[in-house]
Design a protein around this ligand. Sequence first.
Ligand code: RIB
Ligand code: CA
Length: 298
Amino acid sequence: MRKLPVIIDTDPGTDDAVALFVAKALNVNVDTIVSVCGNVNGSYTHNNVVNLNGFLSLDANIIKGADKPLSGSGFTAEEVHGENGIGGVILPKAKDNAGDISQLYHTLKQLGKSDVITLGPLTNIAYVLREHPEVKENINSITAMGGGFEISNIPNNAEFNFGCDPMAADIVLSSGIDITIVPLDVTHKVYLTKEELQDICGFEIDKTDQSVVGVMSEIMYYNYKISVAKKDDGALIHDATAVIQYLHPEYFDGIYGTVTVDNYGATTFKDGGNIRVIFDVKRDLVIERLKFCFTKGH
Ligand code: RIB
Ligand code: CA
């Protein structure tokens, strides 16, 4: 059972929102959530972090992170996540007491040791490592949703999170920190069919149901509709898969090696190194955890 405080860096994003819901339902020890530009622009992702933190009763400290990448053109993905990043769902507005990105260094030092889960571009983590290289001693592990080896989702054989900020990905992946990468190769194995969604959270959307499960189901179905329209096999909850991998590494198989990224963020794996790349998953066990979150865990 993971005990250390956790810092989640995220660009909500429909699958990020489901990931935060899963983190709450499965009692991840979330100390701080850092927003980063990615799926939509930084003001939307930050508002979503603030409002999800309140709506899901995560009650984490919030840091407003980067609204542009260290490198790259900073493209967004409204066509996947909607204009506001969470499928047009309007959450109750929470008070924004966020600190600025300089707070991330102080948080890492104050916590002593913490686990980091990144669900968006690696801009914030790269920034703090570049400004304060010694802080890597305070990062026990990084679990990063990102990369794709046989699968890509943006041009030039790249994946969105690493491709949004290739320089940041390179800084983090070459840091020597204990990193687990949860790439598209495994998150695409956790697609959710209409029948599985029916079993997890019922298939009919009731927009009047403003409960946590009701709203999270609406966000999940938005993800499903967009995913199947893009000819994916079902809803793709990349980030929730990464959170479940953090909690239940025994559900997943991986190999250790070195991962490099090119100027587009495309990843290359070679043997020998301390980065664990996940390549397989016991899909039914992940789906059981999702069902638990939507039925008992909230
Ligand atoms: O490539 C998928 C990743 O990019 C997910 O984290 C999604 O939310 C987007 O950030
Ligand atoms: Ca994300």
